[in-house]
Design a protein around this ligand. Structure first.
Ligand code: BES
Ligand code: MN
Ligand code: MN
Length: 463
């Protein structure tokens, strides 16, 4: 039986080329203009799973984009690992900030990735990380090294809220039954600091509309006498956080899980360099909720951010206008045990209640999802720990992330199994930003670590 390290070494050029081919298809789920490409990507993923050794692969239709399901069942008495990932990507804009076109992947060296990194939309989130599992499966099937059963569920709507996935899971519980869910769609602390993600934040995504007069007005004739919806919206948004950057929505913090001093002290031990953090973002200081560290603000605390705000005249030159309407998209990142539907409701009530006379306010909820946190004293975590220890030569650090994968909490509720988040991306890989990339080293290291998880998990399951 060939060991995984030498198999990856021998096949790495092909592994990289195959990923590059997948990255060329612009599977942007948010934009209907790319529907064909999203569907073609599902076909490409299906083909790759067949070639990697799955016995059965299907394109499962949903009310939205299809889910690619694959499986290799070697023995019903052995445990089953369910791999989840997504083949859709974020829109690439602003496109002019890309140094090379987002769907024409190139390999370039960077300071952090001297071995080279693949630059393309989806390189890290999540095509590159999802494809590590396909290649890990190829290694295991071609080298008689698959120790247990494996199922794949790769979706095409993660970046737009995974709406069809909830529907799919509730209809296919038997088909998806498993002993552990394995996901690579998060990050690690650094190349020499392996880590396992033990928490994700929830999300509540809102859109607001403020309406003033029935049309855009001359700002000289009417300005000062009629409410300007943009001025009002800016004031309302500003009032959502107080001088300590606490959120002012009443009831917002009622269910927030407070961490013990021990837990916070433990978190503070994770390697983090504030000066480097600021330098990389070109900011002169950090900013956030009083009483919490930067790491805490970005993981265990709930937040509120405006994602976009618009209205009035934004074209060339100047136009004197008092706009009739103003809009904003506002998201809140949530922590255990906040309920996203309840928070969306609290936001709506609060926002409507602070609207001054002279304007009308509409509040709509987009998608959302629950936060997730997992204990580390489980057999599943131990198996992941052992895999990292073998691959990296040291124990991984458990780390709660600020990002969201809403489906993870739902998985646990519906399928009653634990999720292991084995991410290999770095925070600097620019996911969702221009010039997204994924280190070649990280990609190959992921392919090497995954089969070790399968081995350790199967071994520990037998005990
Ligand atoms: N893979 C990310 C989430 C992520 C990235 C978690 C890095 C932890 C570390 C995922 O594709 C994503 O972007 N999720 C969205 C939420 C979704 C509902 C659009 C997010 O976090 O904004
Ligand atoms: Mn992702
Ligand atoms: Mn994403």
């Amino acid at each position: 039986m060939k060991d995984v390290k030498s198999y990856v070494e021998e096949n790495k050029d092909r592994f990289i080329q195959e990923l590059i081919d997948l990255l060329k298809i612009p599977s942007i789920s948010a934009d209907p203009a790319y529907k064909k490409d999203v569907l073609n990507t599902a076909d490409a993923v299906k083909k790759s799973l067949e070639e990697a050794g799955c016995d059965k692969v299907e394109i499962c239709e949903t009310p939205g984009y299809p889910i690619v399901y694959g499986e290799k069942i070697i023995d019903k008495n052995l445990p089953t690992v369910l791999v989840y990932g997504h083949y859709d990507v974020q829109p690439p804009d602003p496109i002019n900030l890309w140094e090379s076109p987002p769907f024409e992947p190139v390999i370039k060296k960077t300071k952090i990735h001297p071995e080279g990194a693949i630059f393309a939309r989806g390189a890290c989130d999540d095509k590159g990380q999802m494809y590590m599992h396909v290649k890990a499966l190829e290694y295991m099937t071609k080298n008689d090294a698959l120790p247990c059963n494996v199922k794949f569920m790769i979706e095409g709507e993660e970046e737009v809220g995974s709406e069809s996935l909830g529907w799919f899971i509730s209809k296919n519980k038997e088909k998806l039954s498993n002993d552990v869910i394995l996901i690579s769609d998060t990050g690690m602390i650094a190349k020499d600091v392996p880590s396992i993600t033990t928490g994700l934040r929830g999300l509540s995504y809102m859109e607001v509309e403020v309406t003033g007069p029935n049309r855009d007005l001359h700002s000289g004739l009417y300005g000062g006498a009629v409410a300007n919806p943009i001025n009002v919206l800016a004031k309302m948004i500003a009032s959502l956080q107080d001088e300590n950057n606490h959120i002012t929505i009443s009831g917002f913090y009622d269910k927030v899980e407070e961490l013990s001093k021990e837990e916070r002290d433990k978190m503070a031990e994770a390697p983090f360099d504030l000066e480097e953090y600021k330098e990389k973002l070109d900011i002169d200081d950090v900013y956030g909720e009083k009483g919490y560290s930067t790491l805490e603000r970005a993981s265990i605390r709930p937040t509120l951010d405006v994602n976009g705000i618009w209205g009035g005249y934004t074209g060339e030159g100047a136009k004197t206008v008092l706009p009739g309407k103003a809009f904003a998209k506002i998201s809140m990142r949530l922590v255990p045990d906040q309920d996203w539907k309840e928070i969306s409701e609290l936001f709506k009530k609060h926002f409507e209640s602070i609207a001054p006379k002279g304007v009308r306010v509409k509040v709509n909820a987009h998608h959302g999802g629950q936060a997730y946190v997992t204990p580390i004293d489980t057999m599943e975590y131990q198996a992941a720990n052992d895999a990292y220890k073998e691959a990296f030569g040291k124990d991984p650090i458990p780390q709660r992330s600020g990002g969201s994968i809403p489906i993870v909490a739902l998985f646990e509720k519906e399928l009653q199994s634990k999720t292991i988040l084995m991410g290999f991306g770095l925070d600097t890989d620019a996911i969702h930003s221009p010039n997204e990339h994924f280190g070649v080293w990280n990609y190959l290291k992921g392919i090497q670590t995954i089969p070790l998880f399968f081995q350790h998990f199967t071994k520990l399951s037998k005990k």
